[in-house]
Ligand binder design. Structure first.
Ligand SMILES: [Zn+2]
Length: 309
């Protein structure tokens, strides 16, 4: 499932690519994903609305539209959003080619990721137009092989007060997520394993299965340790590790261990530098002990039993 760095990558891309455009039409072959409106009503409500801003809390994406409406999207397990120029008369092989030099100058050759199989499960398309920007027409296409993703269109005020949004804990990249705040959160779960607490979206939002393993390895803390046994120094180390890992992952445009792709259809890069996640049987980068896999909260957890205590 996309976690904070992957969703942040998508949100940053969308802010660069689609703000200022007007939604002129919408297509879907899986209207069940729209949770609060019929397809007909959704189409009617979303047409002719201008895209003002794209933001995020935890793993939830909010696209603010003109006249106080917001489009709320949760990508769930396999969802990702692709932004393509709406070219109709080009051969399929050149459609939507991406010049990778625009991706932070990392690569200069042109590669079309949109034809990759993982990007081919398109179930929803928003058609966008503008006269003020180039290209004048864009499509935002929603690829989702498992079809678990969620789409809601409603008044901005109502979206912000949806039960699943209201109950979210503070986003861990929020400026208000201070060490003091983090310590207060930990105090609420003294008897729980730290590996579970990091993933509790109602306490703090954004960290999922990949990054909890990576954060705890960097902080040298065993995932099974109970909060009450963490020293003051360990709490500080853990707090710092959250930022170090997530900032690096955002810089590297997320982790593509399976379906996650950015809005160019390209994979992230953080999977190349993972230290423990899915590294069972490999040597720890710090101490060369073999990485172990265990289960915590019904999800896999990866750690080094030598340098994590
Ligand atoms: Zn180690």
């Amino acid at each position: 499932m996309p976690e904070l760095p992957e969703v942040q990558t998508i949100v940053s891309d969308l802010n660069q690519k689609i703000v200022g455009y007007t939604i002129v039409d919408f297509w879907s072959d899986w209207p069940k994903a729209i949770k609060n409106l019929s397809l007909e009503k959704f189409k009617k409500e979303i047409r002719n609305r201008k895209i003002l801003n794209v933001r995020r809390i935890g793993k939830n994406i909010f696209i603010d539209l003109s006249n106080n409406k917001t489009l709320y999207i949760h990508l769930k397990m396999t969802g990702h959003l692709l932004v393509k120029p709406a070219i109709t008369k080009k051969p399929a092989s050149t459609r939507g080619d991406v010049r990778l030099s625009t991706r932070g100058g990392q690569e200069t050759k042109t590669k079309n990721y949109f034809d990759d199989k993982v990007n081919g499960y398109i179930h929803h398309i928003w058609k966008l137009e503008t006269k003020k920007l180039k290209p004048e027409k864009l499509n935002v296409e929603f690829s989702d092989v498992r079809k678990f993703a969620k789409i809601v269109l409603d008044d901005t005020k109502k979206i912000n007060t949806l039960p699943e949004i209201k109950k979210l804990g503070i986003d861990v990249m929020d400026k208000k997520f201070t060490l003091k705040k983090f310590e207060e959160i930990l105090e609420k779960r003294k008897n729980r394993a730290v590996g579970l607490v990091l993933m509790e979206q109602e306490l703090m939002s954004g960290i999922g299965n990949i990054y909890r393993s990576e954060i705890l390895h960097l902080a040298n803390i065993l995932p099974q340790r109970k909060i009450e046994y963490l020293s003051g120094q360990e709490r500080i180390k853990l707090y710092r590790a959250i930022f170090i890992v997530l900032k690096k992952a955002i810089k590297m445009r997320g982790t593509s261990d399976s379906d996650y792709r950015d809005t160019f259809g390209a994979p992230g890069n953080f999977q190349k530098v993972l230290k423990v996640y899915r590294k069972t049987g490999k040597k720890c980068s710090k101490c060369a002990t073999i990485i172990k896999k265990s289960t915590l909260g019904q999800r896999s957890i990866f750690y080094c039993s030598q340098c994590q205590h």
